[in-house]
Design a protein around this ligand. Structure first.
Ligand code: ADP
Length: 274
C-alpha cells in the first residue's frame, strides 16, 4: 500500500497489492453478456475496421451485438455503418442507434451536431464520456459488446480498462507496427491490468492481385514470431483490399461479403469458447 493511500484507487497510479479496481455497473436496463475491447498501439492500423468486421460477423451468426465507439477523438464507427440519425435521450438514459441489421452503436459522433468539428477535450473529460457510454446508455440485451478502444497506452484506454469489466481484448496491428515496440506496450498494458488477450489480428498483412498472387507489400510478416514470443493466439490476417476500404468509407460495412469476415469471426468464437 502506498504511504499516502486514501483508499481511492482512481486517484492513484500505485500498483500496490491492495489495489482494487472497482469496475462500474452498466445501466440498469442493460444486460450485456460479454465485453471485448479492440486495442491498437497507435491510430490508423485498422482498429475500427476490425471492430466493424467482427461485429458484422458475430451479428450474422445470430448474436445480439453492440459497439461502443470509445475512440472519442477519432470516431469512425458511425461512418462505417452509414449512420445518419443522432442518438436520442429519454429520462432513463441515452439510446444507442441501431444499424441496418440491428447492431446497436454509441459514438460521440452520434451526439455532436457537427461531426467535422474536432473533439478537443482533455483526457479526464474523454474518460468521463466513456464512463457515460457504459453507465448511462440503455444498451438493452446484448450477447457481445465490442469496444473500439482509444489507441495507445495513455490514461484514456486505462480508464476503459478500469471502468468496464472487459472479458478480453483483441489486439490489432499492422506489419510495420510489429517491428516497433508500440504493440508490445499494448500487450504489456493488458497484462498489467490482468485482462485476458483473446488474440491478435494483423491488418494490411498482404495484397492479393487479380491473378491470385500474394504480395507482401511490407515485407515478410513477423506475426507468427511475435505471437509466439508473447504467447498470443492469432485470430487472423486481413489483406489490403480496396473493397474493404470502400465498404468502410462509404458506410456499407454490413453489405461487405469478403471471406475475411467469416474467418476472423469463426476464429474469435473458437477462442472465446475455449
Ligand atoms: P484505426 O481505427 O486504427 O484508426 P481505421 O480502421 O479507421 O483505423 O482504418 C484507417 C483507414 O484505413 C480507413 O479509411 C480504412 O478504410 C482503411 N483500411 C484499414 N484497413 C484496411 C485494409 N485492410 N484494406 C484497405 N483499407 C483499409
Amino acid at each position: 500500500m502506498s504511504e499516502k493511500c486514501n483508499g481511492n484507487c482512481s486517484e492513484c497510479s500505485s500498483d500496490c497489492a491492495e489495489r482494487e479496481i472497482q469496475k462500474e455497473k452498466p445501466h440498469k436496463l442493460s444486460k450485456i453478456k460479454k465485453v471485448y475491447g479492440i486495442v491498437s498501439g497507435k491510430g490508423g492500423v485498422g482498429k475500427s475496421l476490425i471492430t466493424s468486421l467482427l461485429s458484422v460477423g458475430m451479428s450474422r451468426k445470430g448474436k445480439k451485438v453492440g459497439i461502443m465507439d470509445a475512440d472519442i477523438t477519432g470516431p469512425s464507427i458511425p461512418k462505417a455503418f452509414g449512420l445518419i440519425d443522432k442518438a436520442e435521450g429519454t429520462e432513463e438514459g441515452i439510446l444507442p442507434v441501431s444499424s441496418e441489421t440491428g447492431i446497436k452503436i454509441m459514438s460521440v459522433n452520434l451526439l455532436l451536431d457537427d461531426v467535422t468539428s474536432p473533439v478537443v477535450w482533455r483526457g479526464p473529460v474523454i474518460a468521463g464520456v466513456i464512463k457515460q457510454f457504459w453507465q448511462e446508455v440503455i444498451w438493452g440485451e446484448l450477447d457481445i459488446m465490442f469496444i473500439d478502444m482509444p489507441p495507445g497506452t495513455s490514461d484514456v484506454p486505462l480508464t476503459v480498462f478500469q471502468t468496464v469489466p472487459l472479458d478480453g481484448i483483441i489486439i490489432v496491428t499492422s506489419p510495420q507496427e510489429l517491428v516497433s515496440m508500440i504493440v508490445t506496450k499494448a500487450v504489456k498494458m493488458a497484462e498489467m491490468m490482468k485482462i485476458p488477450i483473446v488474440g491478435i489480428v494483423e491488418n494490411m498483412s498482404y495484397f492479393k492481385s487479380d491473378d491470385g498472387k500474394i504480395h507482401m507489400i511490407f515485407g515478410e510478416s513477423r506475426l507468427e514470431e511475435f505471437a509466439g514470443d508473447n504467447k498470443l493466439n492469432i485470430i487472423g490476417r486481413i489483406p489490403i483490399d480496396p473493397k474493404i476500404a470502400e465498404a468502410c468509407d462509404k458506410g456499407n460495412m454490413e453489405r461487405y461479403n469478403g471471406e475475411v469476415i467469416n474467418d476472423i469471426s469463426d476464429n474469435f468464437l473458437k477462442l472465446i469458447q475455449k
